[in-house]
Design a binder for this molecule. Sequence first.
Ligand SMILES: N[C@@H](CCC(=O)N[C@@H](CS)C(=O)NCC(=O)O)C(=O)O
Length: 213
Amino acid sequence: MALTFYYASGSPFAWRVWLALEHKGIPYELKIMSFDAGDLQKPEYLALNPRHRVPVIVDDGFALYESAAIVEYLEDRWPREPRLFSIDVRRRALQRRMIREADAYFAEAMTHLAQALLFTPKERWSEDQISGACADVQKELLLWEAAIAGDYLAGELSAADFTLYPQVALVQRIAGRKPGLAAADLIGPRMTAWQRRMEALPITQKTRPPHWK
Ligand SMILES: N[C@@H](CCC(=O)N[C@@H](CS)C(=O)NCC(=O)O)C(=O)O
């Protein structure tokens, strides 16, 4: 039985799992959930994830939520190439560290920006809140600019890239809502090159949030 993947367009956490599934070539059935229609609040969904969030996977009756845990499960369950994590113990540790950094720190800055520009109606936008959120994002991106280890975040393409890329793409999309706020000002040259490399991957093209296309 194919794995079932519960997804909602625009969620960077669900996008990460989609990239991982595609990267490993794991067959799946995509179930597109709607935030607006209240799909995540329905009892049958709450039975899968009482936190009413995407993503969730169900693999042969086994339900799992939390995107980072899902990506690790996919690697453990389908250990064949291509891999999501390096077989080298130290490289793998660095990838895991980057994943935790993205989830703990970049995601927090992304959430500030989303609060300031996406979830606040335009007529109530606060310049102070927006510039504070941009400064948080910029500070984060500067750290990543220094940390990127090669063509991809930890050298080879890995789960670390699949974690951060959707978050950076969402930040840039949100920044685009405010005329005059140049998304390019937030991101340095090495991370820009990485972003272009990520964008060019066929799996990224395929998994781009449907409502962004
Ligand atoms: N830590 C969770 C975060 C998931 C998450 O925050 N999903 C959001 C969309 S980006 C969601 O489903 N929100 C709906 C809700 O809270 O009701 C993960 O990595 O899976």
